[in-house]
Design a binder for this molecule. Structure first.
Ligand code: NDP
Length: 282
């Protein structure tokens, strides 16, 4: 019997997850269908539970519902607990399991596709929203020596750092970056987890931080460099990436949780990259 999965969000029409999972299913021979579900902003639980009651096996959860999904899950993984957010639900009878695959997707993209081992690296994480929450713990678990979180609202970054509860993590405003890194403290990797996106203005990060880093990573994906990527290029950062690989890797991690099989991500990543380029050329 074909098992049903979906991605739920608002808006959702733009989501590439159905195309990614269809490719994974074909490549692994798994009998699954994967749909899009639009839920009203105040109606996440009703739509998610209806999907479950109609036989749905699991959901990926995107903006703005990751906290609602956290609340709905009766059982949560350690990664979901650490992130305080859930981007995957698995249904098994009455049991609702919540997981967070965003951080693992980011780490795998950086370490495997971009070939930058994270052990001993100093990371400057820009933002303190949902995506940054998942990233912080995963970066530490991968061995980062320091994670400095800088956010427009400094208090949120401080709260996030305190919540992680690890001496390697500090939080503050953009104007506190130098202080957070300490005297002579250099950055190996910058990760942009703000929602400023394509049209966003440059972030108030000193050009020297981009210049000294090995990699500048934007979680947003696009055919053209984002404002953050343009900032990194202008400052001479040697390696720059958008978040398309993270998107594919978090999807593969979801597929693994649901189906027990890890799909090969490289062909899917390449196909999506070509699609993005073709869309931009139109
Ligand atoms: P949230 O709304 O939870 O957080 C947004 C963050 O961006 C906050 O820290 C906010 O700061 C900051 N921010 C917003 N506007 C500005 C601005 N003008 N200047 C500086 N900082 C700003 O969003 P998410 O964390 O869920 O998502 C963030 C991004 O990551 C999105 O673009 C999303 O698409 C992407 N993402 C990509 C994934 C992938 O697989 N590639 C997976 C998950 C997310 P403040 O606290 O001050 O408001």
């Amino acid at each position: 019997m074909t098992d049903r999965y979906a991605v739920i969000g608002n808006p959702i029409a733009h989501s590439r997850s159905p195309a990614i999972h269809a490719r994974f299913a074909e490549a692994t021979g798994q009998d699954v269908v994967y749909e899009r579900l639009l839920a009203p902003v105040d109606g996440f639980a009703q739509v998610a539970l209806r999907f479950r009651d109609e036989g749905g096996r699991g959901l990926n959860v995107t903006l703005p519902f990751k906290l609602d999904a956290f609340a709905l899950a009766g059982l949560r993984s350690a990664r979901a607990e650490a992130a305080g957010a859930v981007n995957l639900l698995a249904f098994d009878g009455d049991r609702i399991y919540g997981e967070n695959t965003d951080g693992a997707g980011l780490v795998r993209d950086i370490e495997v596709r971009l070939a930058l081992p994270l052990a001993g690296r100093s990371v400057l994480l820009l933002a303190a929203g949902g995506a940054a929450r998942g990233a912080g713990r995963a970066l530490l678990d991968a061995g980062a020596s320091r994670v400095a979180i800088a956010n427009r609202s400094a208090g949120r970054a401080r709260e996030l750092a305190a919540g992680v509860g690890d001496a390697r993590v500090v939080g503050g405003g953009f104007d506190e970056i130098d202080a957070m890194l300490g005297q002579g403290g250099a950055v190996d990797l910058l990760v942009n987890a703000t929602s400023t996106g394509l049209g966003g203005e440059a972030l108030p990060v000193p050009a020297a931080r981009f210049a000294e880093a090995r990699l500048a990573y934007d979680m947003v994906y696009a055919a053209r460099p984002t404002a953050f990527m343009a900032q990194a290029i202008a400052a001479g950062c040697p390696q720059i990436s958008d978040g398309l690989g993270m998107l594919v890797e978090q999807a593969a991690e979801s597929f693994l949780v649901w189906r027990g099989v890890r799909p090969d991500t490289e062909p899917v990543y390449r196909a999506l990259r070509a699609e993005l380029a073709a869309e931009a050329a139109r």
